[in-house]
Design a protein around this ligand. Structure first.
Ligand SMILES: Nc1nc2c([nH]c(=O)n2[C@@H]2O[C@H](COP(=O)(O)OP(=O)(O)OP(=O)(O)O)[C@@H](O)[C@H]2O)c(=O)[nH]1
Length: 152
């Protein structure tokens, strides 16, 4: 499904769309990646689960809603981590990455996506461009050197 044409600022830059992104980390330090469902831009690419904020929502509210809608889980505390603006041909997005260490419920792939728990280097491919910086941040935090993912 094509995304809506983004609004433009007076400066000519496109207004970013805010996106809440969940970096779920389990007790063993593994993080969850999911594949983008068929019908969306970058279908089949691996990313951290999340989605766009709806009108009036905070990042945390959007994240709770999206992860429940997409994965069937109810998340616990949300720890804001980093914010990254990425320019795609289809949109300019402001990604609000949040760490989540606790959740309830069994994972259900409600959009027929796939899920994979990963450590570095990740063993899924291709990785969404907007996901690559997160892998680098993990590498910095964890003292990991070398490629974080397979080049596409
Ligand atoms: N969920 C998620 N989106 C990301 C990541 N990195 C990244 O660049 N994006 C971009 O952020 C945007 C998120 O939009 P989406 O299509 O997943 O959001 P959504 O579930 O609300 O979609 P919808 O409009 O079909 O309801 C996309 O342009 C996607 O390419 C990431 O790690 N996770």
């Amino acid at each position: 499904m094509p995304e809506e044409a983004p609004a433009q600022q007076a400066s000519g830059e496109r207004v970013p769309v805010d996106v809440a992104v969940g970096v779920l980390i389990d007790g063993g330090g593994r993080f969850l990646l999911t594949s983008r469902p068929e019908g969306k831009v970058y279908a089949g690419y691996w990313e951290f689960p999340g989605g766009k904020l709806e009108a009036g929502e905070s990042v945390e509210q959007a994240l709770r809603r999206e992860l429940h809608e997409e994965l069937g889980i109810t998340i616990g505390a949300v720890q804001p981590w980093r914010i990254e603006v990425v320019d795609y041909a289809h949109a300019r997005v402001r990604l609000h990455f949040c760490k989540v260490f606790a959740w309830d419920g069994a994972f259900e792939m409600r959009e027929a996506q796939q899920m994979a728990w990963n450590t570095l280097p990740v063993d899924v491919s291709p990785v969404l461009p907007g996901t690559v910086p997160v892998l680098r941040w993990f590498a910095e935090e964890r003292g990991f050197s070398g490629p974080t993912h397979a080049a596409t």
